[in-house]
Design a protein around this ligand. Structure first.
Ligand code: F6P
Length: 521
């Protein structure tokens, strides 16, 4: 049975939310914070994760009405359909089963009548044994030397997920150096090649279709470069592929034994949990890769089983809808206070914007309400010295997720205390601002009484700018898995509420077609 098709704006809950918004739109976070129980009432804890969403323009009634909306569009039914392998990617006629890739349960999941769990387990075993061989040095290149460098060749979902995770887990990496080539701009591949020795480099070509212009062009260029010093018989030792297109992979010269599977029931941007994540397993070892999957599974179970008002991805999705559809916020910021997570915003841009950037509903009708949020961001504290001026004092409302860790990975306590003081300081500044009176006193007592009149308006912070504090104990493969799965489920929740299909991406096709035509001319 297909997903339900309910226009959210036609629901009772939406009407009530509209009335509620009219009543409370001028509410101030500072006033709300006077309630001593606010932080406790507007926080959720799950294992090593706590989410404080108290610094939002919401009341208990707001949450209740948003939860009513989720119930009225039958989000529960949609979640069940995703997990059980129904064809919820209707426009492409596919199941959406990235959650199956990290499921440790024995319960079968059927695709076209066949249980997919054994294939998933077999792929994991293959990833494990291959990673072990390469990392231990047993896998030899064409001159008998061990591998030192891995190059992932792919684009979009076949690049952004693995690249982000490898960067985020750099602390856990082994001796292998991992590189990513994606852009069809020859400068990208040229710069990477410059640093490599063909005798000790392993290329992982990741392409579900094995027809993507960028990936094929980069792979051919790299193969030609490789063949300047090696022969075609050496290709199997240096090139492996992750793909569904076995024929094209074979034509490229890759040994069938070195092909890792991809499946149509996993979308590109949700595929890092499949063999698309091979470069992750190579970079941090299979056990860490498995821990990443386990962390994601923990979040999957939370999302599947928890009541909506205690469900972290659901609550974050609902709050985001509140700003997007009622306050008219145009963008959202993702601000990790960890340099390791510097690639998270790029990764989330594809995951969120390719999924929910849709203007037609599940009926095929043009939508007259706002859908997909624009997401952007960068790491703290760097961004405080870059774009945060606009977030603090600009004219736009920009809800922000602040992602932080209680513990530092390198034990530099002084750095970490400063980092986290900034993490909390930014959220307080956004929420509570600085009043005219405070600025007045500050200028007076700093010996600048004569400047009060001219400077005061510029130094006032209105405040009332929302944020969520997403705080983990420590950056580990497991907690990263949880974080990524959290955003995946937020995406799906929003797609369901907006009555769109989150798992297709026809919007990327026209540009590709036209580029081909222009190239042929
Ligand atoms: O950009 C569109 C897209 O189809 C993504 O969804 C996908 O991740 C990427 O291209 C790469 O596709 P492939 O893995 O087939 O090379």
């Amino acid at each position: 049975m297909a997903l339900k098709n309910i226009n959210p704006t036609a629901t009772n809950a939406w009407k009530e939310l509209t009335n509620h918004f009219n009543d409370i739109q001028n509410i101030n976070i500072k006033d709300l914070a006077k309630d001593v129980n606010r932080k406790e009432d507007f926080s959720l804890n799950f294992d090593d994760l706590s989410v404080d969403f108290s610094k939002n323009r919401i009341t208990k009634e707001t949450i209740q009405l948003l939860v009513d909306l989720a119930k009225e569009v039958d989000l529960k039914d949609a979640i069940e359909k995703q997990y059980s392998g129904e064809i919820i990617n209707v426009t492409e006629g596919r199941e959406v089963l990235h959650t199956a890739l990290r499921s440790s349960s024995e319960e079968p999941i059927l695709v076209e009548g066949k249980n997919i769990k054994p294939q998933i387990q077999a792929a994991l075993r293959k990833i494990k044994s291959f990673s072990n061989k390469v990392i231990s040095g047993k896998w030899k290149g064409y001159t008998g030397k061990s591998i030192t460098d891995i190059v992932n060749i792919g684009i979009g979902g076949s690049d952004l997920g693995p690249d982000m995770v490898v960067e985020s887990l750099k602390h856990y990496k082994n001796q292998l150096n991992t590189h990513f080539v994606s852009n069809v701009d020859g400068d990208h591949v040229s710069e990477i090649i410059k640093t490599l020795n063909p005798e000790t480099t392993l290329f992982v070509i990741v392409s579900k279709t094995f027809t993507t212009q960028e990936t094929i062009t980069n792979s051919e260029t790299i193969k030609n470069w490789f063949l300047k010093s090696a022969t075609i018989f050496d290709i199997p030792k240096h090139f492996v592929a992750v793909s569904t297109n076995l024929e094209a992979v074979d034509n490229f010269g890759i040994d069938k034994k070195n092909v890792f599977p991809m499946w149509n029931w996993v979308g590109g941007r949700f595929s890092l949990w499949s063999a698309v994540g091979l470069s992750i397993s190579l970079s941090v070892g299979y056990d860490n890769y498995k821990a990443l999957l386990e962390g994601a599974e923990e979040m999957d179970l939370h999302y599947k089983n928890e009541e909506f008002d205690k469900n972290i991805p659901v609550i974050l999705a609902l709050i985001s809808i509140w700003y997007n559809n009622f306050y008219g916020a145009e963008t959202e910021a993702v601000l990790p206070y960890s340099q390791y997570l510097k690639k998270l915003p790029d990764y989330l841009q594809q995951a969120i914007m390719e999924s929910n950037g849709k203007g037609v509903d599940r009926n095929g009708d043009k939508i007259d309400y706002q859908t997909g949020t624009i997401v952007w961001g960068s790491t703290g504290t760097n961004m405080q010295h870059a774009f945060m001026q606009l977030v603090h004092q600009g004219t736009k409302l920009i809800p922000a997720d602040f992602i932080g860790y209680k513990e530092s990975l390198h034990g530099l306590t002084d750095h970490h205390n400063k980092l986290m003081a900034n993490y909390y300081g930014q959220m307080d500044a956004l929420a509570f601002g600085k009043t005219k009176e405070e600025v007045h006193l500050e200028l007076k007592f700093s010996g600048n009484e004569d400047k009060i009149e001219s400077l005061l308006p510029f130094k006032v912070f209105e405040g009332n700018r929302p944020s969520n504090a997403i705080l983990f104990d420590k950056l580990t493969p497991r907690s990263l898995g949880k974080l990524i799965a959290l955003y995946e489920h937020k995406i799906y929740t929003q797609g369901i509420l907006w009555n769109i299909y989150s798992y297709d991406q026809f919007g990327v096709e026209l540009g590709k077609e036209l580029a081909k035509k222009i190239l042929n001319k």
